[in-house]
Design a protein around this ligand. Structure first.
Ligand code: NAP
Length: 488
């Protein structure tokens, strides 16, 4: 890697001048054991941050050319002698090969940057294992959550947090200072027992998304099967018509909006259930059941998946006229009309229905895009609480109402048409309306002044049946005390 952007120090040393709690770490010598990808990126970043770097390699001659000229590349034992803080950029399985260095390493701070290939791969964390091999050293776990790429890409890009843990406060502070000078934000994760948790972080695959993804897939599967029965299996069984060609686009495109719409309502349903629970128990201090708690925590992911399905639905819908089957159907209709000598096929009601539901659908998608954008941490951080809650809560609910209008205008009077009930199954859109309409109705009920007032009082700390002490002046001007129920 060339120095490039990294040619200049990322942070001027003066940037710490005003903070007396931070001792000037830059300028001290830092050791790096290992000469692989991570060691190289780390050395470049350390050099650019104003540190002296000494790299310890088993074969310094061969590896020296890979490091910036400002970094000294030498034998492991030599490097370790020259520094008090040593980053161990070596895989766990090779830690034991460093045991020969135990004497020179005694009393020094070892920074364990290693990761595993599996979650909870070993009984003890890599950092604890390193500490057990070098009892005379102080081990600090850190920097494993940043990749070699992040180290290279400078302070402006990549993950800036460095999670640190150790049993020694002093060693932790030293490593935190180094991280800060390098342009990272150190996060104290406590003592060494947190090392396993820190080592598991880079291995986690979207932990917050599992439940929402399974929910979306489950809904997709249900609606897809339902639409398949209505659009493909029914015509085949009743009229021996082969409609299999509908599966890739038409069936998928009738399924996606159902998932998007129901998922959007599932963002607001837990709020309604939480409000019901608060009204029923007359307090906000009672814990919600675990499932409701989990649901409330996953609303962002559920909302984003709803937006994803809605966006796919928009793209699929735009592609509908491009299909060969659609062109054949149009020609077929035109020929049929010509043979029937029909000149005017304009149906005013149908025209209006379509104009309205497409327009309303576009507005709903626009609002969903806004919700998705403002849920990005960088955007969300630039909003104050009122702005964020207005967009996510108020505009989100408006998006749900507009999506309902989109669904209603799309369905129009088809719910009352007997022919639409295939195998006695109602049109899909009528099913999708169930949860969103319940949410909208509940929100309307909650906005009634008598209920809204009670909910507001509960959310400000008022509790049903709670007795409070009161003090009243008596006729003689003296004060008498007593107890009353706060909800009287
Ligand atoms: P790498 O490219 O394979 O480098 C490992 C280095 O270990 C080698 O270059 C070698 O340097 C040294 N080493 C010392 N004793 C060794 C031995 N007995 N056998 C083999 N190598 C030995 O690996 P890496 O990607 O730099 O990763 C190094 C550590 O950083 C790992 O623990 C990894 O989990 C952690 N990490 C890496 C990244 C990343 O993005 N790459 C991110 C976070 C954490 P010499 O030949 O010069 O001695």
């Amino acid at each position: 890697m060339s120095g490039g952007d990294m040619a200049k120090p990322l942070l001027g040393h003066g940037s710490m001048d005003g903070d007396p709690s931070i001792t000037p770490a830059a300028g001290r010598t830092i050791g790096v054991l290992g000469s692989g990808d991570f060691a190289r990126s780390l050395a470049i970043r350390l050099v650019c941050s104003g540190f002296k770097v000494v790299v310890g390699s088993r074969n310094p001659k061969r590896k020296a050319g890979l490091f910036p000229s400002a970094a000294e590349v030498t034998f492991q034992a030599d490097a370790v002698k020259k520094a008090d803080v040593i980053f161990v950029a070596v895989f766990r399985e090779h830690y034991s090969t460093l045991c020969d260095l135990a004497d020179v390493l005694a009393g020094k701070i070892l920074v364990d940057v290693s990761n595993n290939t599996e979650i909870n791969h070993h009984k003890e964390s890599n950092a604890e294992y390193l500490a057990s091999l070098f009892p005379a050293c102080t081990v600090v776990k850190g920097f494993n959550v940043v990749s070699a790429w992040t180290l290279q890409s400078g302070a402006r890009d990549g993950n800036k947090q460095v999670l640190i843990c150790s049993n020694s406060q002093e060693a932790k502070r030293t490593v935190a200072e180094i991280a800060q000078v390098m342009g990272f934000t150190p996060v104290d994760m406590g003592c060494m027992s947190s090392a396993s948790e820190i080592e598991n972080i880079p291995l986690r695959l979207l932990p917050a998304w599992k439940i929402p993804i399974f929910l979306a897939l489950g809904l997709f599967l249900c609606f897809f099967t339902y639409n398949l029965i209505r659009q493909v299996i029914h015509p085949y069984i009743r009229e021996q018509k082969n409609k299999l060609y509908k599966i890739p686009i038409e069936v998928v495109n009738t399924t996606l909006p159902c998932v998007a719409y129901v998922m959007l309502s599932l963002v607001y349903l837990p709020g309604v259930l939480a409000a019901c629970s608060q009204l029923y128990y007359g307090t906000k201090y009672r814990r919600f059941p675990d499932w409701l708690d989990q649901w409330l925590q996953h609303r962002k992911q559920i909302g984003l998946l709803s937006f994803f399905c809605a966006a796919l639905h928009a793209v699929y819908s735009l592609c509908l006229p491009m299909r060969r089957s659609h062109r054949y159907q149009l020609i077929e209709m035109a020929v049929k009309q010509a043979m029937e000598k029909k000149m005017n096929i304009w149906v005013e009601e149908e025209v209006w229905r379509m104009e309205i539901y497409i327009s309303v659908g576009i507005i709903a998608l626009g609002l969903l895009s806004l919700l998705a954008i403002t849920s990005l941490p960088s955007i969300a951080n630039s909003l104050n609480w009122r702005e964020f809650s207005f967009i996510q809560s108020t505009l989100g609910f408006v998006a749900l109402v507009i999506s309902t209008l989109h669904t209603l205008t799309y369905g129009w009077s088809r719910a009352f048409d007997e022919n639409q009930y295939k195998f006695y199954l109602p049109p899909t859109y009528t099913l999708t309306l169930l949860v969103p309409c319940t949410v909208i109705l509940a929100k309307v009920i909650f906005s009634l002044p008598c209920i809204q007032q009670r909910l507001l009082r509960i959310r400000r700390g008022w509790e049903k049946g709670r007795y409070v002490k009161f003090v009243l002046p008596s006729a003689t001007g003296e004060y008498s005390s007593g107890e009353t129920s706060s909800n009287v």
